[in-house]
Design a protein around this ligand. Structure first.
Ligand SMILES: *Cc1c(COP(=O)(O)O)cnc(C)c1O
Length: 394
């Protein structure tokens, strides 16, 4: 098969909900991937932030291989030792918590919304406040929580009870809270929204307000979690804890798994029978996620994410001095946005031709999120390509 053959099958049989780059990737190892014609690329946006440890991390692949011959799936009305161990691991790495497992970020958000509705009901509240420019997924409730009209267009009537406020504005939040408000959802760093980092002042104020008004504070760490920012979870940069946290993307090192993580001090507002997921947290995916946590610890990948993040930031700042169209560089650790004064599409395409995969979001923000296993040699090579691509698009 060649790329053109694959494109033909897509045109015939795959519902075109995505726009595709004309590249068919068939093999990956660490931060490198190969297309069906054998061309090699450096992948600095691996799997849309899913392959956080790079492609086919050996420890995760071998854990999966072992598990796949033992037990792939059991239903959630039996006990699953891997799921229990993973929940304990998440709690140990975050805050005293209990977890519910599902298969994606949107489902984790959906679970958080259902939890918040039940919590609210008991306190006579129902409204959920989310941030403008946020992104929380594509199910009906998750896209309603998403504070961007383009994702909601044409899908009305949408679920009720959502309000949107300007990100990082304490005044806007205070104005929007009513006696009906039950919860606030935010990403510590907005990913799809353009790598917008929450300010320390804001997140502290939100925490204070939530405690005072008895609102649930929900952090969506689907993109920021699992070491991406140099801490296991991004909220850990700010010295405060959420009530609920959602995880997915790189949690499973590539296999589909999501989680809702609930602070132990909260009552369980989702008692038996109120919520479920058939595939949620099955032995295969929880084994993979356990291997991800162990690998992050064993290989000191949080430290690597910090160091490589600093290195990459420094290199990007040098490009900013060189190119007037680079307006701002934002982010923490290896979650980086390069905002340009022009469209980023041309640069992304040039990079791809030259063998570097990056992303562009919100039209003008280049999103660069290499695996947290990345090293200086790869960063140097990527920067050289990015530099060339930028030069050619002036
Ligand atoms: C990707 C993403 C989601 C949705 O995850 P899916 O697995 O695509 O459903 C939710 N929240 C954030 C912050 C994300 O980046």
């Amino acid at each position: 098969m060649k790329t053109a053959d694959v494109q033909k099958l897509y045109a015939e049989y795959v519902l075109p909900t995505y726009t595709h780059l004309p590249v068919c990737l068939v093999k990956g190892k660490g931060s490198r991937v190969w297309d069906i014609e054998g061309k090699e690329y450096i992948d600095f946006f691996p799997g849309w932030a899913v392959s956080g440890l790079g492609h086919c991390p050996p420890s995760v692949s071998s854990a999966i291989k072992h598990q796949v011959n033992k037990m792939i799936h059991i239903s959630n009305n039996y006990l699953n030792c891997k799921q229990a161990q993973l929940a304990a691991m998440i709690s140990k790495c975050s805050f005293p918590s209990k977890a519910f497992f599902c298969n994606s970020g949107a489902e984790a958000i959906e679970s958080a919304i259902k939890f918040a509705r039940r919590y609210g009901k008991e306190h006579g509240k129902y409204e959920i406040i989310t941030m403008e420019q946020s992104f929380h997924g594509r199910t009906l409730a998750a896209l309603t929580a998403t504070g961007q009209l383009k994702y909601q267009d044409g899908f009305d009537p949408l679920p009720q009870g959502f309000k949107y406020v300007k990100f990082n504005s304490i005044a806007a939040l205070k104005e929007t809270i009513t006696p009906q408000t039950a919860a606030i959802i935010l990403e510590p760093i907005q990913g799809e929204g353009g790598i917008n980092v929450v300010s320390k002042e804001y997140i502290e104020a939100v925490k204070r307000i939530c405690s005072k008004e008895k609102l649930l504070l929900i952090f969506d760490e689907v993109q920021t979690g699992m070491g991406r920012t140099g801490k296991m979870f991004a909220y850990q940069h700010f010295g405060i804890e959420p009530d609920l946290m959602t995880l997915a993307k790189s949690l499973g090192g590539g296999v589909p798994i999501g989680a809702l993580v609930v602070n132990k001090k909260l009552k369980n507002y989702l008692p038996p029978g109120t919520h479920a997921s058939t595939f949620g947290g099955n032995p295969l995916v929880t084994t993979a996620a356990l291997a991800v946590f162990k690998t992050i610890k064993k290989n000191k990948l949080l430290k690597n994410a910090q160091e490589m993040g600093n290195y990459l930031h420094t290199k990007l700042f040098k490009l900013k001095e060189k190119y007037g169209f680079i307006k701002e560089i934002r982010g923490i650790g290896l979650m980086i946005g390069v905002e340009c004064t022009k469209e980023g599409k041309g640069i992304v395409e040039r990079c791809m031709e030259k063998g570097l995969l990056i992303n562009c979001t919100q039209n003008t923000v280049l999103r660069i999120m290499p695996a947290i296993t990345v090293n200086k040699t790869l960063i140097n090579r990527a920067i050289r390509i990015l530099d060339e691509a930028m030069q050619e698009t002036i």
